[in-house]
Write a protein that binds this ligand. Structure first.
Ligand code: GAR
Length: 207
C-alpha cells in the first residue's frame, strides 16, 4: 500500500478531495502525515478529523532553506512515504527535498502550464492574471515537481471555461470544482497503481 505525505498551507479542499477519493474509489494508498507551513491552515483540521497525523513545520523555524528541506525529507522518510503531494503548499521547496523524492512529488497548479505559472503565480494571483489577460480557457495541471518552479513533467491537465463576468474568486471555485478536485485524485490513483512512467521530461500513462 502506497504511503502518502501531504504538504498544505491553506484551506485544504484538495486534501479533502484526495481523502474522499481514497475512500470512495478504493485507491490503494494511505495518507500517513499532513504537514502544514501555516499553523492556522484549516487543512490541519481536515486531517485530524480523519485521524491522520497533522503537524506544522514552518521555514522560519529552521536555520535556512536547506535545513527546512532536509527536515521535511527526514519527516516523510521516517514515515515510509512513497509519494509526497503538494496540495496548496505555498512554500518553494529546494533541491535537497526534490532530490530526496525524485519523481515522487506531485503538485497541483491552478492553470494550464506553461501558461500562468512560475514564481509569483500561486493561489488567487493565478486567476487574477488569467482574467487580466482575457484568455477564454484556463484549467489545472498536476505535475511532478522538479527544481524548476512548475517546470516538472506534466501528468494530467483539464481545461475550464472563463466567463465574462468572472471574479478571481468565482473562477478559482470553478477551476477547483471542475478540474483540481478531479485530476489530482486521478493522478494519485494512476501513481498508486504503477501506471505513470517518466520518460525524460514527459509522463507516459499506461492505460
Ligand atoms: C488551489 O487552487 C491550488 O491549485 C493552489 O492553491 C489552492 C489551494 O487550495 N496551488 C497553488 O497555487 C500552488 N502554486 P486548497 O488549500 O483548498 O487545496
Amino acid at each position: 500500500m502506497l504511503k502518502i505525505g501531504v504538504l498544505v498551507s491553506g484551506g485544504g479542499t484538495n486534501l479533502q478531495a484526495i481523502m474522499d477519493a481514497i475512500d470512495a474509489q478504493g485507491i490503494p494508498a494511505e495518507i500517513v502525515s499532513v504537514v502544514s507551513s501555516n499553523p492556522n491552515a484549516y487543512a490541519l483540521e481536515r486531517a485530524k478529523n480523519k485521524g491522520i497525523e497533522a503537524v506544522t513545520m514552518r521555514k522560519r523555524d529552521y536555520a535556512d532553506a536547506k535545513a527546512y528541506d532536509l527536515a521535511l525529507a527526514e519527516h516523510f522518510k521516517s514515515r515510509g512515504v512513497g509519494l509526497v503531494v503538494l496540495a496548496g503548499f505555498m512554500t518553494i521547496l529546494g533541491e535537497d527535498f526534490v532530490n530526496a523524492f525524485e519523481n515522487k512529488i506531485m503538485n497541483i497548479h491552478p492553470a494550464l502550464i506553461p501558461s500562468f505559472c512560475g514564481d509569483g503565480f500561486y493561489g488567487l494571483h493565478v486567476h487574477e492574471a488569467v482574467l487580466e489577460k482575457g484568455v477564454k480557457l484556463t484549467g489545472a495541471t498536476v505535475h511532478f515537481v522538479s527544481p524548476i518552479t512548475d517546470g516538472g513533467p506534466i501528468i494530467l491537465q483539464k481545461a475550464v471555461e472563463v466567463m465574462d463576468d468572472d471574479t478571481p474568486e468565482i473562477l478559482q471555485k470553478r477551476v477547483m470544482e471542475q478540474a483540481e478536485w478531479k485530476i489530482f485524485p486521478e493522478a494519485i490513483r494512476l501513481f498508486a497503481e504503477g501506471k505513470l512512467e517518466v520518460v525524460g521530461n514527459k509522463v507516459r500513462i499506461k492505460r
